[in-house]
Every structure is written in structure tokens, then in C-alpha cells.
Design a protein around this ligand. Structure first.
Ligand code: CP3
Length: 355
């Protein structure tokens, strides 16, 4: 079966996203362009710092292509960061080496009032669109180009706290103490994300993914309101303009709330983190369509027979439906590049053995 995204027979990710069960699932990896690769570290050193790398189209395209050249992944993900959107809305953003991102905070109405309107983001983000245009020219024909953005809740947690936090407490406090301000911030990010992903699609992104890395800290009604609803709004707006572009949702650590997420939001595929049991997900999530995941990124550090066994177990669990093989979270800088190759070979060989 090939559905609405399956026209390009060579792009296996588009076939899986259209609902096709493939003997060999396509494979790519979150953070596949990253510090575990010596060629990435070299280009990053050439750029000087991480944000300059994101905003220099030739170099951002170069690091996007590096893992494609080295491994032949089925997809390339745009090299950028989810925190470019707050920056484009007017927040100050910088990265502290070894610690992570820092932003000016939004905790009161006056902080919100100085943010730019959603449609003013493109001046800042124009280099990202240029990166995508370069990639549409330079990628191999059968490699799918994935664009992305952070989901509004996750982006808001950084804008409110001004940094990553273990429990997202500052965002939870604001949503309890000033729900009107919090909702206005979520709405602004939601609109900016629609504009941003639309521009990415116009520049050549063939699939878009929403990263909701901190969805797991929302429960019950709060999950529905701040993880499900913004994802549904963004997906519906994109589908209205670009019905042929598949959307992947990643409500990381959503646990049982992964069940029904695709139906509730309209996404074409749900990305699973490594805490999810693949057999459970096959029965409760894959019944609604394509799933992506979910090998623990730690296997890219440790390798060996455990990597092979776990990769095979995931392939077996998801063999009855549409599946894109990936990690459950981004690969870490201490990973061994040879283990990435072992993972890809295992995915491609195991599928052949059972064909
Ligand atoms: O997956 C890819 O290869 C595409 C590029 C990409 C990056 N960040 C590049 C990056 C994507 C999709 C992201 C998403 C992102 N960024 C998320 C959501 C996914 C997740 O990991 O939960 C979040 C929360 C961020 C914010 C962010 N960016 C943090 C917290 C950090 C610091 C932590 C770290 O790993 O250093 C970053 C920096 C960052 N973004 C790096 C990369 C390659 C490392 C920067 C460097 O080279 O020093």
C-alpha cells in the first residue's frame, strides 16, 4: 500500500509515513550530526561557536551532510536548534560550553510585551531556510530531508526558566500562577512555529518533526492542554497548507499518553523514547500508524552484542506495521562512531534475513 506521501518510491521514510510496512525499515538518528563525529567537531571549530554554525548556511549544510556521507542514513535532519525560535522572537540566547543554553527569561507581562510578533521571525531565521535550499540540491536523491521545531511547551520551559531545568518547575509555576500570561506565550510560540515550519517546507523540508522533549512532565488535563492541543493546532495548520507533508510528533516520556497521541493530534508518526516497551507500543501506538524509535542512545556508547540484540528486538516488535528505526533520544558526544555503523548494519541485515 502506498498512500498520499508514497509517490516517491525511492524515499523509504515517506513510504513508512504513508503507512506502508517495509521489510527493511528506514533508519536515521536524532543528533546524527553531532560531537561524536570528528568531522563535526572540525566544522564546529571552524564556525567558532554553535550558534554561528546554525546561522552559517554552508557550514550548517555541511554538518547535516556529514552523517549521510559517512553512513548513508535514509534521512537528513536540518542542522539547527529548537531555541532559534525564541531568539527570533527577541529573546537573548547564548550557549555556555559544557553547560547548555541560556536565554533572557519571560516571567512577567512586561517580558512578554517586548517579544516580536510571530510573523517577524523570518529575518533572524532566513539563514536556516537557506541551509534547507542548499540541502535540497546536495542530498542524494533517495535521502529524505526533515525539518523540525520545538513543541510550544518545551520551548516555553526554556523561555521561562532561561535555561534547561531538571523538572521544568519555573514553567509549571507560571502556568499555575499566571495562566493568562502562560497561555499567551504558548499561543505566540504556536503561531511562530506554524510560520517557521511553513517556511522550512517552502525551502524544501519533506517531513517536519515537533520535539516535545519535556512533554513527560505534563500529566492529565495539563498534558492535553499543553502537549496535545498545540501539536494539534500546528499539525492542522500545516495540513491545511501542505497536505502532502507528513508530521512526526515526539512527546518524549509521555508514557501511557503515547496511546492515542496520533489520533488526538493528527500527526502521521509518533516518535518513542527509550522508556517505552516496543511490544506495548506495537499494540497501543503502532495500531494508529507509523512509529519511530527507540533504541537507547547508551548502546551507541557501549556497543557489542547487547546493541545487536536490542536492535533486533525492536525490529521484531515493530515488524507488523510501519516503522522508522531511530534512537529513543539524541546520540551523546561520548558515542563510538563504529557502533552507529553496527546499528545500521544490524537494521539492514536483520530485515534481509527475515525477508
Ligand atoms: O538532530 C539533529 O542532528 C538536528 C539538530 C538538532 C540540535 N538540537 C543540534 C544541537 C536538533 C533537532 C536539536 C533539538 C533540541 N535542542 C532539543 C530537542 C531534542 C532533545 O535533545 O531533547 C532541545 C531540548 C534543544 C536545546 C539544546 N540545544 C540543548 C539543551 C543543548 C545543549 C545540550 C548539548 O547537547 O550540548 C543544545 C545544543 C545542541 N543542539 C548541540 C547540537 C548538535 C550541541 C552543541 C555543540 O556542538 O556544542
Amino acid at each position: 500500500m502506498t498512500g498520499q506521501f508514497g509517490q516517491n518510491r525511492q524515499k523509504t521514510i515517506l513510504r513508512a509515513l504513508a503507512g506502508e510496512t517495509l521489510a527493511t525499515p528506514p533508519v536515521w538518528m536524532m543528533r546524527q550530526a553531532g560531537r561524536y563525529l570528528p568531522e563535526y567537531r572540525a566544522t564546529r571549530a571552524q564556525a567558532g561557536d554553535f550558534l554561528r554554525l546554525c546561522y552559517t548556511p554552508d557550514l550548517a549544510a555541511e554538518v547535516t551532510l556529514q552523517p549521510i556521507r559517512r553512513y548513508g542514513f535514509d534521512a537528513a535532519i536540518l542542522f539547527a536548534d529548537i531555541l532559534l525560535v525564541p531568539q527570533a522572537l527577541g529573546a537573548d540566547l547564548w550557549f555556555v560550553t559544557g553547560e547548555g543554553p541560556r536565554l533572557s527569561t519571560v516571567t512577567a507581562q512586561r517580558d512578554f510585551d517586548v517579544l516580536k510578533p510571530a510573523d517577524a521571525i523570518h529575518d533572524t531565521l532566513a539563514p536556516v531556510y537557506e541551509t534547507l535550499r542548499i540541502l535540497t540540491r546536495e542530498l542524494p536523491r533517495d535521502t529524505t530531508l526533515i525539518g523540525f521545531a520545538g513543541a510550544p511547551w518545551t520551548v516555553a520551559t526554556y523561555m521561562i526558566a532561561g535555561r534547561g531545568t531538571p523538572d521544568q518547575a519555573p514553567a509549571h509555576v507560571l502556568r499555575e500562577t499566571d495562566p493568562a500570561l502562560f497561555d499567551a506565550l504558548i499561543d505566540r510560540i504556536t503561531q511562530a512555529t506554524i510560520d517557521y515550519l511553513s517556511a522550512q517546507i517552502d525551502a524544501g523540508a519533506e517531513v517536519v518533526k515537533l520535539f516535545d522533549s519535556w512533554a513527560g512532565s505534563l500529566k492529565g488535563a495539563a498534558f492535553d492542554r499543553y502537549a496535545v492541543a498545540p501539536c494539534r493546532t500546528i499539525t492542522a495548520a500545516l495540513k491545511a497548507k501542505y497536505p502532502h507533508i507528513p508530521v512526526i510528533g515526539f512527546p518524549r516520556e509521555a508514557g501511557p499518553a503515547y496511546e492515542g497521541f496520533a489520533r488526538a493530534t493528527g500527526v502521521d508518526c509518533v516518535a518513542l523514547d527509550n522508556s517505552v516497551d516496543p511490544l506495548w507500543a506495537a499494540a497501543h501506538v503502532q495500531v494508529d500508524g507509523c512509529v519511530q524509535g527507540n533504541l537507547a542512545a547508551s548502546h551507541m556508547v557501549t556497543g557489542g552484542p547487547a546493541l545487536v540484540e536490542e536492535t533486533r528486538a525492536i525490529l521484531r516488535a515493530f515488524s507488523g506495521g510501519p516503522h522508522i528505526f531511530n534512537l529513543g533520544h539524541g546520540i551523546t558526544p561520548d558515542a563510538d562512531p563504529d557502533n552507529v555503523r553496527l546499528m545500521i548494519e544490524t537494521v539492514r541485515e536483520t530485515a534481509q534475513d527475515s525477508a
